[in-house]
Design a protein. Structure first.
Length: 230
């Protein structure tokens, strides 16, 4: 369960200043055969990451000594380790800041352990060695061939639609921020043009979703970004 494709145990660093939550996560993750280390503040977290080189970091944004986003910047200075942020704040601004700083996903407190485990599995799957079969992705009843740029239903996609779809399909289950998609597809000058994304995602849903008005695979997280749900 808690292994990467290479067969080694996945090492998870959990950073939170709530002792009960740290204990609960440590027990739950260890029960699923993950190796777990814990840190109660940002400084501890950065030291532990440097010393222990975890495969994944679960990071609370509300730390006592520094903002969680600062911790992400500190980590991103030297590592691309996946980061899942925990946020107790209802608003989305801090989560958007975290995603833009380089976090891979977020979970809002209070959360169920199953939800966090699903996010962990999605993130660790993406960092495992690439499977050559990844070029063909199942999207409901439709098979998308990313290498051959074909869709099993025969529907045609524009180059921009392909670019956008490929980023989402190669990151199953992961929330991709609006900023990241706009930068990768259109370039850094377009980071504020979120209407481009709305328009192109609507086109992709019309072509690929069984019911475009109620999408089940190409999902919007309002104000945050988009997610491909296999």
């Amino acid at each position: 369960m808690g292994t990467l494709a290479s067969g080694s145990t996945t090492r998870i660093l959990v950073v939170d200043d709530e002792p009960q939550l740290l204990r609960a996560l440590r027990i739950n993750l260890a029960a699923r055969h993950y190796e777990v280390a814990v840190a109660a503040d940002g400084a501890q977290a950065l030291r532990a990451a440097a010393d222990w080189h975890p495969d994944l970091v679960v990071l609370d944004l509300g730390l006592p000594d520094m903002d969680g986003v600062e911790v992400i910047h500190g980590l991103r200075g030297w590592t691309s380790v996946p980061i899942i942020v925990l946020s107790g704040r209802a608003g989305g601004a801090d989560k958007v800041d975290a995603l833009d700083a380089g976090a891979d996903d977020y979970v809002t407190k209070p959360f169920g352990v199953d939800e966090l485990l699903a996010r962990i599995r999605a993130v660790t799957r993406r960092t495992a060695p690439h499977d050559p079969d990844q070029a063909r992705v199942q999207l409901g009843d439709v098979v998308v061939d990313l290498a051959g740029k074909t869709v099993s239903t025969g529907v045609r996609l524009t180059p921009t639609e392909w670019h956008l779809l490929e980023i989402l399909l190669r990151n199953p289950g992961k929330l991709i921020s609006q900023r990241q998609l706009l930068t990768e597809v259109w370039g850094p000058v377009y980071v504020k043009e979120s209407h481009y994304l709305r328009q192109y995602m609507a086109q992709l849903r019309r072509k690929l979703e069984p019911d475009p008005a109620r999408p089940v695979h190409l999902l919007t997280e309002p104000g945050m970004g988009y997610r491909f749900q296999p």
